[in-house]
Design a protein around this ligand. Structure first.
Ligand SMILES: Cc1cc2nc3c(=O)[nH]c(=O)nc-3n(C[C@H](O)[C@H](O)[C@H](O)COP(=O)(O)OP(=O)(O)OC[C@H]3O[C@@H](n4cnc5c(N)ncnc54)[C@H](O)[C@@H]3O)c2cc1C
Length: 387
């Protein structure tokens, strides 16, 4: 469904609800393109509440496609290319937020069949020339990541994967937006409708030529098919361990990862629970995340727990993003657990809707997908599973 946006002038007024990942990227790009942009968020940049802030920042097209399929791989590879390009435009500090050293998958000796299963699940990607999965033995693992426990006999190196220092990146993006002519309303929860954004606290109505709803899981009341998937993380600090790349532990019941961050920090994640609960991390999740990280590298034992992050991933029933457009309102949502990976494809599609000169290579996957997906089934199992 392509909306008629032909009424938009080059300096049209655009209102964006939600200043998380999509909202900030769109504000940056649209204001640079000459549109007059106003950005609203329920939280503030000093105390962000977005899933983007909680996320681990992995760009994992192969790992994600093992479950989500080749479309996610293709959009993800495109996403990494776009991040490389975008970050150089945001600034030199932003460029250093992208790390392209691949990622590692390991399994305990008794669980090595999980690695075989992964190879089998990613077989549909084999026809992509750039989809490189290298088998590693113990010595290779120790060479690549000397601080990993020596008990791992086998692993996989996924060379096309990357990771972002996402919190630094969000700060850089926000700083960049502040130098552009974007009006920002913080601590302002809003609802979005065609041509208007309404403050939920004061009832004030702001009129625009077009509104873009990027409220992530906060848009659940407006998008009945949208569900929230709770994710919990631990942020650790230690100078006893150094890792160059994300490491995933493949386990029959869960997959956990460690993502290195600047300043001797690590994000350990993440639970994946079909729940809208935003209360603090459970004891069970915290024990499972901690014991998994300890088996990956026992030197984590002395790490300090700086933070336990909890947030909601916005997801449609098919776990794919969707851009729905009507006159005066575009809704971009459902980035689920691959927000950083797929945001470039989604942002480029929204830009294409507003300016047909811009390319959207994944339009066929992104537009009106929500209409094809099933309505939410409330019978989801609430047992934690892990990404
Ligand atoms: C634990 C965890 C780990 C993750 N790890 C990864 C990863 O490694 N790689 C990856 O690619 N993705 C990851 N993700 C997914 C990624 O974070 C999300 O897909 C992405 O942030 C979604 O972007 P968004 O802009 O749609 O929503 P968000 O980033 O959540 O932004 C939504 C914004 O809208 C605001 N808002 C909400 N309601 C309102 C309202 N009523 N009025 C005004 N503002 C409102 C919120 O404050 C927020 O700032 C992870 C997510 C979680 C939770």
């Amino acid at each position: 469904m392509t909306p008629d946006l032909s009424y938009l002038k080059p300096d049209a007024k655009i209102g964006i609800a939600g200043a998380g990942l999509l909202g900030q990227l769109l504000a940056w790009q649209l204001s640079a393109a000459g549109f007059r942009v106003t950005l609203f968020d329920a939280a503030s940049s000093a105390k962000p509440q977005s899933a983007a802030h909680t996320a681990a920042g992995m760009l994992a097209p192969i790992s994600e496609a093992a479950e989500a399929g080749p479309d996610v791989y293709a959009m993800g590879v495109y996403g990494i290319e776009r991040w490389r390009e975008w970050l150089s435009h945001i600034g030199t500090q932003a460029s250093s937020c992208l790390h392209e050293h691949g990622s590692l998958l390991v399994a305990h000796p008794q669980d090595e069949s999980e690695l075989e299963q992964f190879i089998s699940d990613t077989r549909p990607l084999q026809h992509y020339a750039d989809c490189s999965i290298r088998h590693l033995h113990r010595d290779d693992l120790q060479h690549l990541e000397p601080d990993l426990s020596g008990q791992f006999q086998r692993g996989l190196l996924l060379s096309p994967e990357a990771h972002l220092d996402n919190r630094q990146l969000l700060q850089q993006l926000s700083a960049q937006i502040s130098t552009q002519d974007v009006r920002v309303y913080e601590n302002t929860p809003v609802s979005a409708e065609p041509f208007a954004i309404i403050s939920e606290s004061t009832g004030q109505k702001f009129s625009f030529d077009v509104v873009i709803d990027c409220r992530g899981a906060g848009a659940r009341a407006a998008l009945i098919q949208l569900r929230a998937v709770r994710g919990e993380t631990l942020h650790l600090e230690t100078c006893e361990v150094t890792l160059q790349r994300p490491v995933r532990l493949m386990h029959p019941r869960y997959q956990l990862y460690i993502v290195p961050k600047p300043g001797n920090r690590f994000v350990i994640g993440a639970t994946q629970i079909e729940s809208e609960d935003l209360s603090p991390i459970s004891l069970q999740s915290s024990l499972e995340l901690s014991s998994a990280v300890y088996t990956l590298a026992p030197a984590f034992a002395e790490a300090r727990i700086l933070e336990a992050g909890v947030n909601l991933r916005p997801a449609f029933a098919n776990n794919m993003p969707s851009v729905c457009a009507q006159r005066g309102l575009i809704s971009a949502n459902g980035l689920y657990r691959h927000g950083y990976l797929l945001a470039p494809a989604v942002v480029d599609h929204v830009l294409h809707l507003l300016d047909a000169q811009r390319q959207s290579p994944f339009a066929h996957l992104l537009q009106a997908r929500r209409q094809r997906s099933e309505r939410r089934d409330n019978s989801f199992n609430s047992e934690p599973v892990y990404e």
